[in-house]
Design a protein around this ligand. Sequence first.
Ligand SMILES: [Fe+2]
Ligand SMILES: [Fe+2]
Length: 250
Amino acid sequence: MGKCELLYESENHKVCIFTSMMPDETIQTNQYLVIHKDSAILIDPGGYTIFSPLFAEVSSKVPLKDLKYIFFSHQDPDIVSGMNGWLLSTNAQLIIPKLWTRFIGHIGLKKGYEKRVIAVDDKGGTINLGDVELRILPAHFMHSPGNFQIYDPVSKILFSGDVGASVGQNYLYVEDFENHKKLIEGFHRRYMANNKICKLWANMVRKLDIDIIAPQHGALFKGKENVNAFIDWISNLQCGTDIMDEIFNQ
Ligand SMILES: [Fe+2]
Ligand SMILES: [Fe+2]
């Protein structure tokens, strides 16, 4: 377990997923490595507990000098707590939401790390992986107030961070969305900010040509039918502040 599984492969472009690397009691995370020619980006590298095994896996897939970027979608411990390890053992640049850059010193990063940080403005942007332009899309308040996702136009994968996360499934790809809903509902209802933001996100990603939605936890949505089913579902979801009345009006 934990070895790379290929989500996409062509002559110059590969996308790997690493799953099941964490100790049993820790929430499961997916890590993604996109390799284009001699450049690579690691997307949401998981927490401190998986740093060593993931580092070994990544180094077996690409020469470390090719690891150009490490992307941190937001500030949660299951994403940033291994940051120091990556910073000290690679020369990669760290892509971080600007909103969180002043906080990351608390992880213990050495002075001078600022030079290796790419702080992403709220609007997002693009990043060049060799001659491929990856898009950095805003996904604020889903769930973190400063949160981004990456869209790879070659593999047509949207790396969606916590959006689409499931817990408790034993499959890599969602086969039956209706049946899968019970594994995503609790998390999204409590962690996503509200229906307004879900709709804004849904309208933005509907404009993309997506083959796979690849979240940071659990199963992936593959194929137009599953991708659209998830987007439709979340655009109608009542969540977060929409459902707080019952908590505050006790
Ligand atoms: Fe999170
Ligand atoms: Fe997460």
